[in-house]
Design a binder for this molecule. Structure first.
Ligand code: ADP
Ligand code: 5GP
Length: 217
């Protein structure tokens, strides 16, 4: 059974002025890592066990998979609509991955973070780094999720059954390039068992909420 520590009182009057915990603000927890590592599965597990968290639903021009739902997994939009969103400044960051566009909607995160809610994001590595550099006025935590081995990554992609052999090889090649950016990340989680990986995400969220920060008086 997963035991989730309740969110602590954000502050205490015992603290000298100008100090607070990071948990008094919403935290953007960005999960990146190779396609097939289990980002969606782990995030779903974390969301299932903690309804105080929100998920940032991205926009994409890729085709919907049979088990995916518009508005839950992604906003599936046309290339034209995606260009409009980017042009109108609605996207915090966006990228082209394997020939399709993917982008984070400001409307999915900014208001929630301002309201003190933590938001989980599932993006590829460039997107994670762009969010880190976007100078959001909220804490951004970058988590890299890896499978226990390369062979297991291939098995997971094959078992998911969503990629052709060629697309699978291209996703593996992207994964090899992505891992080179590991030093820019704050945490590494090995997704050996789903339940354990989800617990690790909870643990690091708890730790980040307790992080001491200087704030303006
Ligand atoms: P990603 O979002 O990183 O592309 P998915 O969440 O779609 O990855 O997972 C890829 C495949 O691996 C799915 O079929 C999923 O059920 C499976 N999977 C995810 N995590 C685990 C795990 N810990 N053990 C075994 N299979 C897993
Ligand atoms: P998939 O097609 O497997 O759902 O996603 C392909 C890749 O796009 C994954 O690495 C996923 O994390 C990433 N991705 C999904 N949404 C976004 C987004 O909004 N921005 C960026 N930069 N990447 C995203």
């Amino acid at each position: 059974m997963t035991v989730i520590p309740p969110r602590q009182e954000t502050s205490s009057d015992f603290l000298p002025s100008g100090w607070d915990t990071q948990g008094s603000r919403g935290i953007a927890l960005v999960v990146a890592g190779p396609s097939g590592a289990g980002k969606s599965s782990v995030i779903d597990k974390v969301l299932e066990s903690d309804c105080s968290l929100a998920f940032s639903v991205s926009a994409t021009t890729r085709t919907r998979r049979p088990d995916e739902v518009h508005g839950r997994d992604y906003y599936f939009v046309s290339a034209e609509e995606f260009r409009r969103m980017a042009g109108a400044g609605e996207l915090l960051e966006w990228t082209v991955y394997h020939g399709r566009s993917y982008g984070t909607l400001r409307s999915e995160i900014e208001e929630r973070l301002a309201g003190g809610q933590d938001v989980l994001l599932n993006v590829e590595v460039e997107g994670a780094l762009a969010i880190q550099k976007a100078n959001l006025s909220y804490p951004v935590v970058l988590v890299f999720l890896v499978p226990p081995s390369r062979a297991e990554l291939v098995r997971r992609l094959q078992r998911r059954g969503t990629e052709t052999e060629e697309a699978l090889e291209q996703r593996m090649a992207i994964a090899e390039r992505e891992i080179a950016h590991i030093s820019d990340f704050d945490y590494l989680i090995v997704n050996d068992r789903l339940e354990l990986a989800a617990q690790r995400i909870h643990s690091l969220l708890t730790a980040e909420r307790c992080r001491l920060v200087r704030c303006s008086d």
